[in-house]
Design a protein around this ligand. Structure first.
Ligand code: G1P
Length: 292
């Protein structure tokens, strides 16, 4: 089965980055020289996806502008002979019809955001990438998942092992631990942000999903949680009996760019891999470590 469509829920407020995100979307925060949403789209392209659905909200138009061709800028770069920069812009623009923008009319949670894409997806399965979760990996995370999904017929979530005091921030899998060490985990349950000490395991969901189309039917029937949000996790839990749920332990390092600490670490990690920046970063880092 070819999975062609990826959904990017980008309607979130970006509270943790205020005031930086007062007038720019948090998905436009830059790691080295690209906004988070561009990393997400590049990851989806590397997985072979061809349609990109952005679930947006008020104040997110910078994302739309980012993926349009900026003809004036391109002409000017050409006139100045800035060919390397021009190439970066050419690589970036999406082709006509590839980018689809749909609004989430109110902040009703991740599950509701995904549901907003329902009428735009016809295939049996589609991907979801949360741009906040940036993964540094030799083979991009979603491509690893698509390869692993080939023979599965249920839902799949990217997972990583976290410390016990961190499980409260994630969707967490319930599974038979004896298969420990396997890349694919057959989940028998999933819970959203369990209270400390109550998590069924330490396998936490990162923002990568391959979902069956029927997920929409389950999302539609979910009631909102105490915070008034419809959780994607609740629909995945409700689907386990009939469709199954696979946790995929991806290879790579994940940065939670929804938090300042994760975003700054991502800048360091991606910066260190950039030959132009490495020496300067190393020098600054040593100086900082040596100073009090
Ligand atoms: C969302 C999901 C959660 C998942 C997390 C990954 O939570 O609801 O299950 O583990 O993304 O980043 P959020 O971080 O949006 O609150």
């Amino acid at each position: 089965m070819k999975i062609k469509t990826c959904v990017f829920p980008v309607a979130g407020l970006g509270k943790r980055f205020l005031p930086a995100t007062k007038s720019i979307p948090k998905e436009m925060l830059v790691v080295v020289d690209k906004p988070l949403i561009q990393y997400a789209v590049e990851e989806a392209r590397a997985a072979g996806f061809e349609r990109f659905i952005f679930v947006t909200s008020q104040g997110k138009s910078a994302i739309e502008d980012h993926f349009d061709a900026n003809l004036r800028l391109m002409q000017e770069l050409e006139r100045r002979g800035a060919l390397a920069e021009l190439e970066k812009l050419r690589d970036l623009s999406l082709e006509a019809g590839q980018a689809i923008y749909v609004r989430q009319p109110a902040p009703l949670g991740l599950g509701h955001a995904v549901l907003c894409a329902r009428d735009l997806i016809e295939e049996d399965a589609f991907g979801v990438i949360l741009a906040d979760d940036l993964v540094l990996a030799e083979q991009p995370c979603m491509a690893q998942m698509v390869d692993a999904y080939e023979h599965a017929d249920g839902n799949m979530v990217g997972v990583m092992e976290v410390q016990p005091d961190q499980t409260q921030h994630y969707g967490v899998l319930d599974f038979q631990e004896e298969g420990h060490g396997a890349k694919k985990i057959d989940a028998r349950g999933i819970v959203e942000k369990p209270k400390t000490g109550t998590a069924p395991s330490r396998m936490a969901v990162v923002g990568r999903y391959i979902l069956r189309r029927s997920t929409f039917d389950f999302l539609e029937n979910q009631t909102a949680d105490a915070g008034g949000e419809i959780q994607l996790t609740s629909a995945l839990a409700a689907m386990i009996q009939s469709f199954g749920l696979t946790g995929f332990v991806y290879g790579g390092q994940r940065f939670d760019c929804g938090m300042k600490s994760g975003w700054m670490s991502a800048n360091l990690a991606f910066g260190f891999r950039n030959p132009e920046l490495r020496a300067t970063l190393q020098k600054t880092w040593s100086e900082l470590c040596a100073s009090r």
